[in-house]
Design a protein around this ligand. Structure first.
Ligand SMILES: Nc1nc2c(ncn2[C@@H]2O[C@H](COP(=O)(O)OP(=O)(O)OP(=O)(O)O)[C@@H](O)[C@H]2O)c(=O)[nH]1
Ligand SMILES: [Mg+2]
Length: 676
């Protein structure tokens, strides 16, 4: 027997758009019974000043309405409500038809890539049939070629109620095909209002555009970087355990001052995202814009609920310059002849250095105050003065490095990122990070991916060799390319060393680290060495590294001398003395003896104890002697030790005893040793 699945409510955010006085607020009220104009001044003046909210449940759908002001001076407020829309109701009064803010709001919806919606032909009671049909025809014309082409155009009157039921039915119909916002993503709540309620503290409201929020969650207010805890969550005025993506929410935050959060802030999981003062993006200029966008133009950037000032740096391709043209930071003085040699075909922007109306380009936006963004976020730009919408685009890299205007490498990386899916995007970011590599938290802040998504992408990149895992917890990824460069450098360095000094066993680890890995994190050095050892390419001794196949090459006479040195140590037993003493006694040059010592100690034939060097046979024999003494007496003082070793002097006895302590053959107890 199967139980029917519980009905899942689908959350849909519907925004209004349209010219002042065309009946947006009245329509929302006719649909929901809620007056979204909540400010006293709005009621007095009969216009909407700031965004307002209403909600309506029909069947399994929960609609959250965002009602925006139509006044041209309040487009900035409209923009705070225009992000995160699933559907738009483009409101056009039948008696006035398409007006300037109808156009501007509609441009904004297009630039923000609102996917679906309808047109409400309002005030139908104020016009006759003929005028209504005229308005309908104008609207059809207006939306042709856009996402609203073929969308319902419904004549309504908020006064008589005509068409309202039809509107509801149409909204439901459209809502069924809305792709719901995903909860399988990092939580983000762009704050549209922040206020304090006596006894509760600070409350922020906004549309939860991704993820989930529940009481008890540790969150961070960005860009301020203040971490706090969610005390309570409300959706449409009711307490709820958990809010999900797509819902209008009010979040009560613990111990946060209302001054610390404002419209434009973003609420995200604590420590997950990072504020930025630069973003790389594709920027398109509206075909209707009155002029080209100049290099370094100062604009208003609207992203989420934030508005900041920004400079647009148009990133240009490979350096070429039309003859006689001025530097590209002064486009006004450029050669006016059209560029034919480098038409930047992929940007459809015929003139590099400016963006013409209807064209797009890869840009770096340098922000005057920080925002919190992720790849794929849409944004709007408006000119500084007059304040009109001139374009918009999509964020490609929210945490870029600063680019020069002419930066072919940056441009091709951006083009790569722009076309990338999430796996490819991670690959490119990791490649861009070079030998700095990328940590789990850097990946999270730059991609917005969840841990599961990152793990899956990383696994894929590791499988194909595009990336190499430096450590797994926390994850650090380095590109396959950079890894191979570093590994090759190590191999080349060891190879050169072996050629230069065939007698040397290997190169000091520290030297390799300094020279190849001077500025990179120590984990990368360890990972590269470990992998090269695993692959059988190099061998790692405690202090040194060598190529796996490297054997110190000794000439016949060197081999004889080496054997002689070893024999000398063996013969000297525990009285061998320093390396230099034994070497000169055996007639071997000190410098050569040092190299032999390295080889012999690697072969475990010689061992250094304090200032002295002994043959390992002598030291092993000593251990046997001491252990044999245990049956006589488990306690031994220095004089007994001297005695059983055949009269060693103190000079030798003390370092040897300390060595035995370290080797846990003996343990020091006061002035005596206990034999273990
Ligand atoms: N006759 C008639 N009047 C309407 C209708 N809809 C709105 N109005 C009137 O038109 C005026 C403006 O309506 P609002 O709903 O405030 O217009 P708005 O689009 O919200 O205006 P802003 O928010 O300021 O851009 C009000 O006086 C409404 O009563 C309608 O369908 N028929
Ligand atoms: Mg209004």
């Amino acid at each position: 027997m199967t139980l029917s699945a519980p009905v899942k409510t689908k959350h849909i955010i519907v925004g209004t758009a349209g010219h002042i006085d065309h009946g947006k607020t009245a329509l929302v009220k006719a649909l929901t019974g809620i007056d979204a104009d909540r400010l006293k001044e709005e009621k007095q003046r009969g216009i909407t000043i700031d965004i307002g909210f209403a909600d309506l449940a029909i069947d399994d759908f929960s609609f959250g309405f965002v009602d925006v002001p139509g006044h041209e001076r309040f487009v900035k407020n409209m923009l705070a409500g225009a992000h995160g829309l699933d559907l738009v109701m483009l409101v056009v009064a039948a008696d006035e038809s398409v007006m300037p803010q109808t156009r501007e709001h509609f441009d904004i919806c297009r630039l923000l890539r609102v996917k679906s919606g309808l047109v409400a032909l309002t005030k139908s009671d104020m016009v006759d049939e003929e005028l209504l049909e005229l308005a309908r025809a104008e609207v059809e014309d207006f939306v042709r070629g856009s996402f609203l082409e073929g969308a319902p155009i419904i004549a309504v009157s908020s006064r008589t109620g005509e068409g309202i039921e039809q509107m509801k039915a149409a909204l439901v119909q459209l809502a069924t095909s809305v792709e719901p916002k995903t909860i399988a993503a990092v939580t983000r709540l762009p704050v549209d209002r922040a206020f304090s309620i006596k006894g509760f503290g600070t409350v922020v409201t906004g549309t939860l555009i991704s993820g989930q929020l529940a009481a008890g969650d540790q969150v961070e207010v960005l860009p301020a970087g203040i971490q706090t805890r969610v005390r309570n969550v409300q959706v449409h005025g009711h307490d709820t355990e958990r809010a999900a993506a797509g819902q209008r929410t009010a979040i009560n935050l613990q111990g946060l001052n209302v001054e610390q959060v404002e419209r434009g802030s973003v609420l995200a999981p604590a420590g997950r995202l990072q504020a930025t003062s630069m973003v790389d993006a594709r920027l398109e200029i509206l075909p209707s814009a009155s002029r080209s966008l100049r290099q370094r133009a100062r604009v208003r950037l609207h992203h989420g609920t934030a508005e900041v000032m920004a400079r647009v740096v148009i990133i240009r391709g490979s350096g070429f310059r039309a003859q006689g043209s001025a530097s590209d930071s002064e486009p006004g003085t450029r050669n006016p002849k059209p560029e034919t040699r480098n038409p930047e075909p992929e940007t459809q922007n015929p003139e590099p250095g400016v963006i013409q109306p209807g064209a797009s380009a890869l840009v770096q936006l340098r922000l005057e105050s920080p925002i919190t963004a992720l790849p794929g976020d849409r944004f709007i730009i408006r000119s500084y003065s007059p304040q009109v919408t001139i374009g918009g685009g999509v964020i490609i890299d929210p945490l870029p490095e600063k680019h020069r205007i002419r930066d072919t490498a940056a441009r091709s990386r951006l083009a790569q990122l722009e076309a990338a899916d999430s796996v490819e995007r991670l690959a490119v970011f990791v490649e861009m990070s070079g030998s700095r590599a990328m940590t789990e938290s850097e990946i999270a802040a730059r991609t917005g991916a969840t841990d599961e998504q990152t793990a899956a992408s990383a696994a894929e990149l590791i499988r194909t060799g595009r990336a190499v895992e430096v450590t797994s917890g926390p994850l650090i990824l380095i590109s396959g390319e950079t890894y191979r460069e570093l590994a090759n450098k190590v191999i080349e360095m060891l190879d050169a060393h072996h050629r230069r000094e065939p007698l040397s066993l290997g190169l000091g680890r520290e030297e390799v680290r300094d020279r190849v890995f001077g500025k990179v994190r120590p984990e990368i050095f360890r990972a590269v060495v470990a992998r090269l050892v695993d692959q059988g390419k190099i061998a790692a001794e405690r202090e040194s590294l060598r190529l796996a196949q490297h054997k110190p090459a000794l000439t016949d006479s060197e081999a004889t001398a080496k054997t002689a040195l070893e024999a000398a140590f063996k013969a000297a037993g525990l009285q061998a003395g320093t390396l230099e003493e034994t070497a000169s006694a055996a007639g071997i040059k000190v410098e050569l003896a040092r190299k032999f010592y390295n080889l012999l100690s690697a072969e475990r034939r010689l061992v250094r104890i304090g200032d002295f060097v002994f043959h390992t046979d002598a030291v092993e024999h000593l251990k046997l002697l001491v252990r044999a003494q245990k049956s006589v007496n488990p306690r031994m003082d220095v004089s007994v030790f001297k005695e059983i070793t055949g009269g060693l002097t103190r000079k030798y006895a003390i370092p040897l005893l300390e060595y035995l302590d370290r080797e846990r053959v003996t343990r020091r107890v006061g002035n005596e040793r206990e034999i273990l």
